[in-house]
Design a binder for this molecule. Sequence first.
Ligand code: FEO
Length: 163
Amino acid sequence: MFENKIIKNLNNQLNLEYFTSKLYLEMSFWCDIKNLKNANIFFQNSSNDELKHMNKIFKFLCDINVLPIINSNISLNINFNSLLNVFKKAYINEKKITRNINYISNISLKYKNYKIFHFLKWYILKQIKEEKILKTIIDNLIFFNNNQKDILIFDNLFLSKYI
Ligand code: FEO
């Protein structure tokens, strides 16, 4: 029974990774329309990474004989108004992922489900890196004015380091 609760949350995490992949793909389209070449590549790469994160959970659930359930009713809030706003939304989303991973890790430990806890360690460390990158980009982007010329310079000079 306890394992069912943990697995249900792990399946939710799988869907959050799926949602995140779609969100980052939308962000990459927005960047493309704004001619932000490197930001476009950054979010395309991020979208592909999120699919890998989803597939990793998918494979794990299958390995423990659980059928994963994909939520196909995903709706995105794609109301972006600036590159800073896009990165802030990505950062907020990653913080949510971290909270979920920590929650599942907690209940795994509480109910002594060490195989799931061990599986989640990779995600715990990955979240540190992903949050750090987004926070660094936001902290630097904040100093650029929100005009097209400055944002293009930021895209060319700064974001090239992260793709
Ligand atoms: Fe799958 Fe960005 O965490």
